[in-house]
Design a protein around this ligand. Sequence first.
Ligand code: C2E
Ligand code: CA
Ligand code: CA
Length: 663
Amino acid sequence: MPPLDLGGAPDQVRALERRLARERAARLEAEAIAERVTSELYETVRQLTRSNAFAELLGRVAVQANESASSVDAIAAALTTICAHTGWPVGHAFVLSVEDAGTLVSLGVMHAPADGSYAEFLRATAGATFRSGEGLPGRTLAKGEPQWIADLGEDDNFPRRVAANACGLRAAFAAPILVRSDTVAVLEFFAPGIQPPDEGLLQLVGFVGAQIGRVLERERAEERLVQQAMYDSLTGLPNRVLLMDRLRGSLARAQRADRPLHVLFLDVDDFKTINDSRGHGVGDRVLAALATRLLDALRASDSMGRPTEDTVARLGGDEFAVVLEDCADPEAVALRIHELLRAPLQVDDHEVFVSVSIGSTASTGQDGRPTPDALIAAANVAMHESRRAGKSRHTAFEPRMHDDVRRRDALGADLRVALDRQQFWLAFQPVVDLASSAVTGAEALLRWDHPERGTVPPDEFIGRAEETGLIVELGTWVLRTACRQAAVWRAGGAADFTVAVNVSGRQLKEADFAEVVRSVLAETDLPPSALCLELTESILMERDDAAISMLSELRAEGVHLAIDDFGTGYSSLGALRTLPVDLLKIDRSFIRHLPDDDDAGTIAWAVIRLGHTLGLPVLAEGVETTAQCDALRRFGCDRGQGFLFGRPVPADELGRTLQAAPG
Ligand code: C2E
Ligand code: CA
Ligand code: CA
């Protein structure tokens, strides 16, 4: 067919060609647009479906997390879900180590095909630890956000490369599990083949990490609550609540097996002194160090079966309990504890010596079937017995101890009332000069007229008053009453009369003791030299510097100081020389067997000599017979006190004697 001859109209042809070309271009453009729109649309749709899947996945992880019994379960579920969703075969979790802060260790939770195809890599992973910045987990920890490694072969901060390579793993990504903004664990995933970064996926695991973080946070809050409710925050030991709970179980087991269960009750000796003199912070740290020492003692003790940390609990304050299941010899455990406490506790660069009084009881040594409470109570009673017997020892419970306690408890409660109701009064016992037989003064001795029990001797309540601290107030009352009385007698003619007042060690722990003495002297207008404070050897031997310097000050002001019950304590000669004292009072026990017993005679004579060598006058207590008095005179004893010269009597009675034979 000949070309179309459009004759003499070439312009029209060209116009047509141009139109066709335009139309083609427009069509192409439309097609391109359509293509672009389609692909954009497609991408949108893809993204939408994907984010839908993401949303669904996230929802699934969230539900799993919430339903998981623990964060570990939640993590395991998340690993499985994410691996299934992405098709990445390996998932694993690292957590921050409890022992070594800042180090990630395997949580031991992994997702991998069961055929063992990645076994080598999983082994390397299980044994690996990472510090911040190190490897994929360390980098995730350092950055606190998801990380992607497209090609492990190209990454020079991936220590597990060899193992990964051996299994054909090539790409990885990881995300932190965040509690608040702290990374506490890292999820990581691995796949074969190089994988370009997928921002959407990274975002997804980021969300998952945050989701699990919330589970962890909840779990930790719960743990904290349990911890607070069941454990003592200071020592980390189980508290009383948990102890009683465990004790119930142990007791039931022991009763089923028909074997005894032992409970030890421990109380720190003189803990109040540590607290008062060194501050509560030190006191707290002493308790914490002691808890560790107790655990050491129990671990080191073979005699107690299988010790676990749970067998030691802090009951509160300075009281601890040990439950010994399956232990034949609780005495040995107590001994071991005392032995280990011979070495000082290390507290803030200081060495602190601490001893404990221990009481024990056996579940079989009780009336009937004891309850946990009854066991603790019995061990506590036995502990008090140890304390009274001189501390730092062990006592096994005996049923009669309960009655003693009941009596003492009743006393303790009554003491406070007694002070308020003025049931106390002072008896005065004369002190005589042995050479002249003249009364030079008297010792004030506390008496309690109990409304039901009649007159209670001080030995029965002073200890209790010391324990409750009431002795401080009571002691001040004694001091004031005695000084006031002495001032009256001196004004009435017994011009050189001196009064002796017993002072408890507890009173000397009060920083204002010297001040109290001064103000009482001023208030009663008694010269300091008319007052003699009686202190026992053990008080003076405690070497409480603050107390000693207070006493030295008082002595410098003229107050006399006597060592009471001399010979029953353990003063060394060296210590005696340096102590601020003016008088030795020989204990009654050395006088009792005079003059028949040669040994008693020798000791009395030696003590008198000792006093004189130190330049101190000596007073003999408990002189009951003229034979004793004669012997003491022969030995050169300076003063005497005892029933021979006069019993402790009310003030007015002694006053009459003084008037009959003044000074
Ligand atoms: P102490 O200081 O050794 O007091 C002497 C005790 O021996 C008194 O007992 C007294 O009655 C008794 N006694 C005196 N002469 C004889 C005697 O010839 N033969 C016998 N067998 N006993 C004699 P008391 O009054 O029962 O006091 C006992 C302890 O109570 C006192 O021993 C003292 O350590 C303490 N005490 C008494 N009053 C107070 C006080 O106000 N404060 C403090 N902290 N302790 C006090
Ligand atoms: Ca005395
Ligand atoms: Ca005495």
